[in-house]
Design a protein around this ligand. Structure first.
Ligand code: GLN
Length: 480
């Protein structure tokens, strides 16, 4: 017997534990689905590496005696998260074929819970982008509309969940890279509080912003995934000791007395009217569930994009200095050491990564540091303070659109700034370090629209209460 297509990760695990389905069959079903939708290079190009043999080995090594919460559940991992048995290339030429000598803590935790890693997913090179078109291995496509992007930078992971290959996938967030593709692909995407999840084994992009996030087909899948990977990790000194509550228990919570803020800066006049309508309907549903909806203001969020595109490239220019042809991956020899660095880095990095390194080096350079980097850090503090003020004023959660548009056609955003605007509503949460998530709230012209909840630091559980309730209330409307 095989599990029905709509079985959640938890149901799949239970069916396996009850003996109605073997781990091998669950894993084969995942590969079968990947084949059927054309997930590989010649098709949607959402998976960079699939390893059937490794998956079979993982499956047969699982012990039934104490089955974990993800026993036999196939998962997909973004290609910037280190895995032992598959390459970790960050979708970059500079790391093509690179296999990490150690594994990310999140991957370890998934495996310890019984999950089977089936593939590494396509992404924007070094997680820089919003469409997965900046992958050195070709753009990924949206399974719901193959002429459109799946979003990015974790586009391959979002698309794998949307295409039904897995129920749970990992991505990473620096400025929206889980929530934005989740919105474009019609799945759930969670960016936890900074420090909630270990970054050990995540290839660093901008260390003060980076956080590993989870995709789920449903809110429950995402809750289960997050519950499994969250918590203190001695290998990451920025991971928090804060206890991890059960996020799945949030399914039983209600919204009576919960105050949901509607920040006016996230509903600008130029917002697509149809996206606004879907958000208003979601807010109406939240009201009917007992929540109080209140208009609030986060004035400095209007500067989030500008601030993000100074801080993130600055940190990236430092983090990516390690890819120099000596220690990792690609090396192109030249006449002397400098020539080798130059040849390796010019050939190894794609245009967007090069742009970010140049931008980051510039804003950190003597004479510009105060004007750009320091100024950006100051505005970042103001953005964070806005959130703190609103939450201290009795607002439990915020609700906004996840993105200003639905999934755009491949090639539509050739101007980098246009692409950067895709993070308009997401990057403020990264700058403030607060948790946020996107879930499907309806469609426009057949394309998914995401609604975003933002919570105070370590307020993931409250966020899940609202997400479970809204998902139930919207039902099929969320996918129509
Ligand atoms: N799209 C943003 C960028 O290009 C965010 C990326 C991310 O969250 N990793 O930097």
């Amino acid at each position: 017997m095989t599990a029905p297509d709509d079985a959640s990760a938890a149901e799949l695990r239970d069916a396996i534990v009850r003996g109605e389905l073997t781990v091998g069959a669950a894993v084969e079903a995942s590969f079968g689905r990947a084949e059927q939708v054309g997930a590989g290079r010649d098709g949607l190009n959402i998976l960079l590496y699939q390893d059937r043999n490794s998956a079979r080995r993982q499956a047969s090594a699982l012990r039934r005696a104490h089955p974990g919460v993800l026993f036999g559940v196939p998962v997909v991992i973004k290609d910037n998260i280190a895995t032992l048995d598959m390459p970790t290339s960050c979708a970059s030429r500079i790391l093509e074929g690179y296999v990490s000598p150690y594994e990310a803590s999140v991957v370890r935790r998934l495996r310890d819970a019984g999950a089977v890693v089936v593939a590494k997913s396509n992404m924007d090179e070094f997680a820089m982008g919003s469409s997965t078109e900046h992958s050195a291995f070709g753009p990924a496509r949206n399974p719901l509309a193959p002429d459109r992007v799946p979003g990015g930078s974790s586009g391959g992971s979002a698309a794998s969940v949307a295409a039904g290959i897995v129920r749970i996938a990992l991505g990473s967030e620096t400025g929206g890279s889980v929530r934005q593709p989740a919105a474009f692909c019609g799945v759930v995407g969670v960016k936890p509080t900074y420090g909630r999840v270990s970054r050990y084994g995540l290839v660093a992009f901008a260390s003060s912003l980076d956080q590993i996030g989870v995709f789920g087909k449903s809110v429950d899948d995402a809750a289960l995934g997050l519950e499994t990977i969250a918590g203190l990790d001695p290998l990451d000194s920025t991971s928090a000791a804060e206890p991890v509550p059960s996020y799945r228990d949030a399914a039983r919570g209600g919204l009576t007395g919960v105050v949901i803020g509607r920040p006016r800066e996230y509903f600008p006049d130029h917002l697509d009217a149809r996206i606004r309508t879907r958000c208003d309907a979601a807010l109406e549903a939240l009201r009917r569930l007992g929540a109080e909806v209140r208009d609030v203001s986060l004035p400095h969020s209007a500067l989030a994009i500008e601030v993000y595109y100074i801080i993130a490239p600055a940190e990236a220019s430092s983090n990516l200095a390690r890819f120099d042809g000596v220690r990792y991956g690609l090396r192109i020899d030249g006449d002397g050491l400098s020539a080798m660095y130059e040849a390796t880095r010019s050939r190894g990095f794609g245009p967007e990564v090069t742009r970010r390194i140049l931008l980051g080096t510039y804003v950190l350079s003597a004479g510009y540091y105060d004007a750009y980097y320091r100024k950006a850090q100051q505005v970042r503090a103001l953005i964070a303070r806005d959130f703190a003020r609103v939450f201290a004023g009795g607002v439990h959660l915020l609700f906004t659109p996840t993105t200003p548009t639905t999934a755009f056609p491949l090639g539509a955003k050739s101007d980098p700034y246009e692409m950067y605007l895709a993070d308009l509503f997401t990057c403020s949460a990264n700058l403030a370090g607060v948790p946020a998530m996107s879930l499907p709230i309806g469609r426009v012209d057949g394309l998914p629209v995401g609604g975003q909840f933002i919570a105070p630091h370590f307020g993931e559980r409250q966020m899940f209460v609202a997400a479970y309730a809204l998902e139930r209330a919207l039902g099929e409307v969320a996918h129509r």
